[in-house]
Ligand binder design. Sequence first.
Ligand code: FRU
Length: 532
Amino acid sequence: MQKIDYSIIVILAISLLFSCKNEPITKENKSTKAEKEIVKSKEPHRPTFHFTPPEKWMNDPNGMVYYEDEYHLFYQFYPDSTVWGPMHWGHAISSDMVTWEHLSIALYPDELGYIFSGSAVIDWKNTSGFGKDGEPPMIAIFTHHEPEGAKKGTKTFQYQSIAYSNDKGRTWTKYAGNPVIPNPGIKDFRDPKVIWDDDSDQWVMVFAAWDHVKFYGSPNLKDWTHLSDFGKEWGTHAGVWECPDLFPLIVKGKGEKKWVLLQSLNPGGPNGGSGTQYFIGDFDGKNFIIDGEFAENFKQDTTVWLDYGRDNYAGVTWSDIPQSDGRKLFIGWMSNWDYAQIVPTESWRSAMTVARNLVLKRTNLGLMLFSEPVKELAGLRKSTEVIDASKAPDGFSVSLAADKKVVGEVNLKFSIPKGAKTKITLELSNTKNEKYQIGYNAATNEFFSDRRAAGKIAFSDKFADKIHTAPRFSENPIIELQIFLDVASAELFADKGWTVMTDIFFPNEDFNQLELIADGEIELYKSKVHWY
Ligand code: FRU
């Protein structure tokens, strides 16, 4: 009988294990989906519940549209490198905006250029004529960016184009009449977002043109007429305007319809680099007119930010969410052009934020936009711990986790007596003594996020140059914080999403300790940690 040499089997198994680990995930790899998932879960900094591309470079979310029970997420994708390059639209679908299935690349660069950011809609009435067999087409509206013209320094290398799909976004045909909006001589001329406006009975497109936005109208998505411009005199112009979004919202509990204009710009964000400001007003089918009270409260050059962290950029909302759902769903790119291309991840770069529902509320400061994490995220909760509610005259320090990967959601509710200068901090740390802190400081009435000691920071001197701060708007003595923690990010929703902060970080070892610290007088009400 032949003798089996087990040591050879062990060596073979070990070398196989290591070869899998080190092998880049390429299209040629024969590994199964399950094997790829195992490799992914071992990659340092790969988020556990945030969307990431399977590999390589990703930036802005694009073409978000809901159709036949699928949330579509397209995204700026360069499949050949982990830095920005010739842009494609990557594609994924989800039934809950939390878990995603990757699909094939949707749009490839062509003779008109790279495929830059844009949107998608369902053309229910088949106004474009691209429908088939009685089914409405899905239409993508995007910017073509012609790289040669850009290199030569011409001004006309960006223009708006369309493509259509008759199979739920799986395959696409570009319109033969592209571009649908040629460039009149404006260097930055991009990122079209389209909606159907019932009141004016037309498709309305908004896109960015350097220091303002342009509105266009169309009966059929192919023929467009310039309606108006907005923005030269409003908001901040510390950077180039990009990726706008225009949509109506009913003011919560008031039945009143108002229009919101989201406007990303880079640089010039609230804590440096990329950021997204917003405006509230009315749209009459031609012009966006800023709301008088909003204008009065925030003046021309005072900016209101959708998110005060450094890592929520180029976000826009989903199209065609059914009326029965009624939400205005948003997702952003969880990075910042200041350092996105050099963050310390190896096989891929960037993640998206969690999906959020945008809500318009009338407040003591007039109309303001709130971001609420989508309720579907609650499906991630595996176990819940109640934090001991206590009156603490001298503060406290409570350990919420001693040896556990810190991935989950912390819901805090507290009040700080008037005049007290208490700082309440949620601190994530690891055995390497690295720590990330997020919380509220009553002395300044600000929220803060501090990643200066949170691990790898040396890759960019802009990454951890300061503590990030955000104003508190609410005057309610009870403060509520909802904080989503993944292995490489924190998202703070304060006062039910009135102030939001999203920041990424890169500890050298996953954070496995979580502590809640208050350094002075505070009353903590029923608070919870939900572990994912
Ligand atoms: C925003 C942006 C867009 C552009 C895209 C290119 O991050 O600069 O303006 O369409 O990225 O990838």
